[in-house]
Design a protein around this ligand. Structure first.
Ligand code: HEM
Ligand SMILES: [Cu+2]
Length: 579
């Protein structure tokens, strides 16, 4: 059955790719502007409506598509999170059964990491890098579109267990029973897909899931190559390495990490598929064994955590000085620390495997490098704090998110230094302490900076202003919710509560309920965000002056806003010296 599905989706790709290829002329004839602001009629041969979005090769449109897909996936992964926390509101397994619970944390983790974070950051890169480095478009506009269009099928493959079940039930209601659709169960093997379980589990959905992950890996790698080539070869005359903005540096480093780590993931996934379907023994006891799997997986997996967090650092370094009206402190050191983290991140992978009984001398060296990586991370925090010194902090919604993000990151980062130490990790490995640590970073810095960016650039993206009061309420709810949800996990984890279980002893009930409350606060914040973003699209006041954040005053009116200013002038019919 899923073979047919694959065939159908394959045919869809070919059609899309052919359509893109046939749209002769490529990037050069497409207007170098777009976004939601595109004035109809004046664009050079640009399609409108649905066909605009399906055939676009404009970096801004593709950026928005990426962001839209990422947001959908993020909301989906967020629903999983709410379902997890609802189960954990009471000690016994009562809301969902244990199997559903295992499926939930697996799809939650994978959806968040692969289909939410990376697409949103790639979208931001697509929209803003060409504007910031003064390029007409990305280096390869059509390949850019192809990379994006690999993602929707990837999302469907990865979440197929649920999608097919819903489809089967709908069909059943119309009297059509397709048994095969019921055979695909969402996998419950954890986001790390550890062997031998991921090989021996019979569920055929695991194969579809691995293919979906492979597809998302290909898309991510293509996107990264495009970002690297754009920054290297498409920079305008005035943009040298010395004045390349800090966000582009972060996205460039992210792409470098993707280039060296995702192909390893791709290989691992193919080897898993071969072990599952063709009788090879790469990761089975009689072959390479489960440890080989873990080494390969984490050789990808650790750089992956920096792939998703470096752009968040970049966004903080980029927006914070502009929001507090002060120049970024220590630009060079922030660039160096970004590059240093990028290099070091390939030398720490085995800290995820301290508990596997590996040679203590190897453990020692991985522990040393893992602790060393705290140095460039701390350099960033000190630079942000120095930027804030003597600044005029106005508590706009994006500023609350960035300040909250830095605060949560300090707690998340320090708890990570503890985990890097072998004796501490031997005790905390596999407990909620780890879940608390990585969520303080994953939730506390990544979505926080995305929310901040969504408000910061909302006027530029839509030509309208969001509701600032609602946004501030959301920011406070989310930051408070972040602490309330994840700090209790550190406490129960340090006390020994293991992760990945649907039930727990009653003495942990109170702290788990606090944690669930925090999760609901975040959830309520997200609802407010969705409402604000869509409602303001219709009723938000139109932006007249491009300098929404008083950037001219401190000489930080950067290129993307200059572009926006020219767009506003063009719209008003004023003469402009550009395009
Ligand atoms: C409201 C926000 C969130 C809540 C309440 C939440 C909750 C949880 C919980 C309770 C677990 C552990 C489940 C268990 O071990 O039994 C978990 C696992 C995980 N979460 Fe989240 N999460 C949130 C947001 C995020 C975000 C934004 C990301 C990534 C960007 C993320 C990535 C992960 C990963 C990778 C796992 C590990 C899954 C596994 O063990 O295989 N979460 N989450
Ligand atoms: Cu790691």
């Amino acid at each position: 059955m899923w073979l047919y599905l694959l065939g159908l989706l394959g045919a869809a790709f070919v059609l899309i790719a052919a359509g893109l290829a046939l749209r002769g002329g490529g990037g050069s004839r497409i207007a170098a502007d777009g976004g939601l602001l595109a004035d109809r009629g004046s664009s050079y041969g640009k399609a409108f409506g649905l066909s605009r979005w399906l055939t676009t090769v404009d970096h801004k449109d593709i950026g928005l598509l990426y962001i839209a897909l990422g947001v959908v996936a993020g909301l989906w992964g967020g629903v999983d999170a709410m379902m997890i926390r609802t189960e954990l509101a009471t000690p016994p397994t009562d809301v969902w059964d244990t199997r559903t619970y295992n499926e939930l944390f697996t799809t939650h983790g994978i959806t968040m990491l692969f289909l939410f974070v990376t697409p949103v950051f790639t979208g931001i890169a697509n929209y803003f890098i060409p504007l910031l480095v003064d390029a007409d478009d990305m280096a390869f506009p059509r390949i850019n579109a192809i990379a994006f269009w690999l993602l929707p099928p990837s999302l469907v493959f990865i979440r197929a267990g649920l999608v097919t079940e819903v489809l089967a039930k709908v069909l059943e209601a119309f009297g059509v029973v397709v048994e095969a659709l019921f055979a695909l169960e969402p996998p419950g093997i954890g986001w790390t897909l550890y062997t031998p379980m991921s090989i021996e589990a019979l569920n055929p959905q695991i194969d579809v899931f691995l293919l979906g992950l492979h597809l998302s890996g290909i898309a991510t790698t293509i996107g990264a190559i495009n970002i690297i080539v754009t920054i290297f070869t498409e920079r305008g005359e005035e943009v040298g390495w010395e004045n390349l903005d800090i966000l582009s540096w972060a996205l460039l480093t992210m792409s470098g990490l993707i280039l060296f780590s995702f192909p390893v993931l791709g290989s691992v996934l193919v080897m898993l598929l071969m072990d599952r379907n063709f009788g090879t023994t790469f990761f089975l006891a009689e072959g390479g064994g489960a440890l080989l799997y873990q080494h390969l997986f984490w050789f990808f997996g650790h750089p992956e955590v920096y792939v998703i967090v470096l752009p968040a650092f970049g966004l903080i370094s980029f927006m914070l000085p502009r929001l507090v009206g002060r120049r970024l402190f220590g630009f060079k050191f922030l660039v160096y620390s970004t590059l240093a983290i990028g290099v070091l991140s390939f030398g720490v992978w085995a800290h995820h495997m301290f508990a596997t009984g590996m040679d203590p001398r190897i453990r020692g060296s991985f522990m040393a490098v893992s602790i060393a990586i705290a140095v460039p991370s701390a350099v960033k925090v000190f630079n942000w704090i120095a930027t804030l010194w003597y600044s005029r902090i106005r508590l706009s919604a994006p500023a609350i998110f960035l300040l909250g993000g830095i605060a949560v990151f300090i707690v998340g980062g320090v708890t990570g230094v503890f985990l890097a130490s072998v004796p501490v990790d031997m005790v905390f490995h596999g407990t909620y302490y780890v879940v608390g640590h990585f969520h303080l970073i994953l939730m506390g810095i990544i979505p926080f900076t995305m929310f901040a960016a969504s408000y910061y650039w909302y006027p530029l993206l839509t030509g309208r202003m969001y509701d600032p009061r609602l946004a501030r309420i959301q920011a406070v709810l989310t930051v408070v919710g972040g602490f309330v949800a994840f700090v209790p996990m550190l406490v129960v984890g340090a006390d020994g509560l293991p992760r990945r279980y649907a039930q727990y002893p009653p003495e942990y009930a109170l702290l788990n309920q606090v944690s669930t409350l925090g999760a609901y606060l975040i959830g309520a914040g997200v609802v407010l965000w969705v409402y604000n973003v869509f409602q303001s699209l219709r009723v938000g006041p139109e932006v007249e002056d491009a300098d929404v954040w008083n950037l001219k005053e401190t000489g930080q009116f950067s290129r993307e806003w200059q572009w926006f200013e020219r767009r506003l002038e063009q719209r008003r019919g004023e003469p402009s010296d550009d395009d």
